[in-house]
Write a protein that binds this ligand. Structure first.
Ligand code: NAD
Length: 439
């Protein structure tokens, strides 16, 4: 049986490790963050992700899933080590590889037998080769000759549906150059293989680029429809009808064509910046990706300008922000559009009362403290005395708000639906001044 270790217990590492344990593998998840490991060993989750808690508990109690800070314990018996640490953007947009390289070094310092080192983190082309070099050098320093292979196995899961995505992927991409490593990977993913999920076997560089190319393409679709939304607002067209008609064209496809306040999260913003940086390094700068990054930043600011213009400025006014996470079903605040919008409101002298079902703890810890904004106990508390309500994240519980109750609690009547989850006529019937995106 495969004995697997996963280095890095964040969104990707914890979900991957848990799902691989669910596939029957013996999995040890290792992280340098002791507080995370302590939580997990008492069956508390450091992140919010649907379905994950039950799966962690089930596999932990079955003895297939272990959590540790000890790299020796994680690596000594593993025949495959998955690297799932962060690759955050540096000042210039390029991916910061220090966590990946530190993790790889620590693996090489302690591995004892043939090991497949599987990179799951999103990394620039050439990283696989660099990892090989680092492992080889570290083994030489140890004076040992242990066989190993490096594999690129980028992850495509989406936060909010990560467990489902891992268990039912559209495809599994495996970049490797050795038959032995390929066999190990096939046996790890046997459950998916026999269920006919498509496997793409490539060389390492290709696998590395597939991840960036996919994310940048999806970001492009979003940026494109958002740009169309501005044109719709200027011309009186309706972006939802435009998107629907476009999406029915099989060559275009209906996904990622929802106009909104711009993409955020831990992947699209950093991966587009990294791809731009990589393309520059190779002397073939991607003008498309550059434009996408700029358009997305503009869209976030455009949302604030729209709010401010409609309200005649925000100074001294109170804005209720519903939804802080970059998308529903996650507590991830990284690059969330709410951050830009709230920051602009505060900068321009407005006050913010915010509510999010899950992400307020992260927002409070990493972005705005209690002196900056008021964290409400629920959506109805958030709107008390507000001049405007702004829906930034389309959590299900915001789709059926008691509009009469909200209007009665508010001071003003502005209703900004940045996710287009309400019909204008319906909202206006409750005496709101409604504003959606691109319609
Ligand atoms: P994360 O920040 O949630 O988690 C990374 C974890 O790695 C942290 O817990 C950190 O403590 C740990 N870590 C850092 N250095 C370490 C080391 N040397 N040894 C052990 N642990 C270490 O990151 P994430 O969102 O899970 O992303 C991980 C990678 O996967 C990134 O490259 C990301 O681009 C990619 N990815 C993320 C998603 C997503 O939806 N979050 C999806 C696909 C791919």
């Amino acid at each position: 049986m495969n004995s697997i270790s996963v280095i890095g217990t964040g969104y990707v590492g914890l979900v991957s490790g848990t799902c691989l344990a669910e596939f029957g593998m013996d999995v040890t998840c290792m992280d340098v963050d002791k507080s995370k490991i302590d939580m997990l060993n008492t069956l508390k989750l450091p992140i919010y992700e649907p379905e994950l808690e039950d799966l962690v508990e089930k596999n932990f109690k079955a003895g297939r899933l272990h959590f540790t800070c000890d790299i020796v314990e994680a690596v000594e018996h593993a025949n495959a080590v998955f690297i799932a640490v962060g690759t955050p953007p540096q000042e210039d947009g390029s991916a910061d590889m220090k966590h990946v390289l530190a993790a790889v070094r620590s693996v090489a310092e302690h591995m004892e037998n043939y090991t497949v080192i599987v990179d799951k983190s999103t990394v620039p082309m050439g990283t696989g080769r660099l990892v090989e070099k680092v492992v080889r050098e570290t083994l030489e320093q140890r004076g040992v000759d242990i066989p190993f292979d490096v594999v690129s196995n980028p992850e495509f899961l989406r936060e909010g549906s990560a467990v489902k995505d891992f268990k039912h992927p559209d495809r599994i991409v495996i970049g490797c150059s050795s038959d032995r490593a390929r066999e190990v990977m096939q046996s790890i993913y046997r459950v998916l293989y026999i269920n006919n999920h498509p496997f793409i076997f490539t060389d390492i560089e290709t696998a590395e680029l597939i991840k960036y190319a996919s994310n940048a393409f999806l970001a492009t679709k979003i940026a494109y429809i958002n740009e169309m939304s501005a044109l719709c607002e200027a011309s009186g067209a309706n972006v939802q009808d435009v998107a629907r008609a476009m999406g029915l064209d099989g060559r275009i496809g209906k996904y990622f064509l929802h106009a909104g306040p711009g993409y955020g999260g831990s992947c699209f913003p950093k991966d587009t910046k990294a791809l731009l940086s990589i393309s520059r390094d190779y002397g073939c700068e991607s003008g498309i990706v550059r434009a996408v990054i700029e358009a997305n930043a503009q869209q976030k600011l455009r949302m604030f300008n729209k709010i401010s213009q409609a309200m005649g400025g925000v100074a001294g006014k109170t804005v209720a922000v519903l939804g802080l996470a970059f998308k529903p079903e996650t507590d991830d605040m990284r690059e969330a559009s709410s951050v830009v919008i709230i920051r602009e409101i505060l900068k321009n002298g407005g006050n913010v009362r915010a509510f999010d079902p899950i992400a307020m703890e992260n927002a409070r810890s990493y972005v705005f403290n209690d002196d900056d904004i008021y964290y409400a106990t629920n959506e109805y508390d958030a709107v008390k005395g507000a001049d405007a309500v702004v829906i930034v994240t389309e959590w299900n519980q915001f789709r059926n708000l008691d509009l009469r109750k909200i209007r009665a609690a508010m001071n003003g009547r502005f209703f900004f639906d940045l996710r287009n989850i309400y019909e204008r006529d319906y909202v206006e019937d409750f005496d709101y001044a409604y504003s959606g995106v691109g319609r």
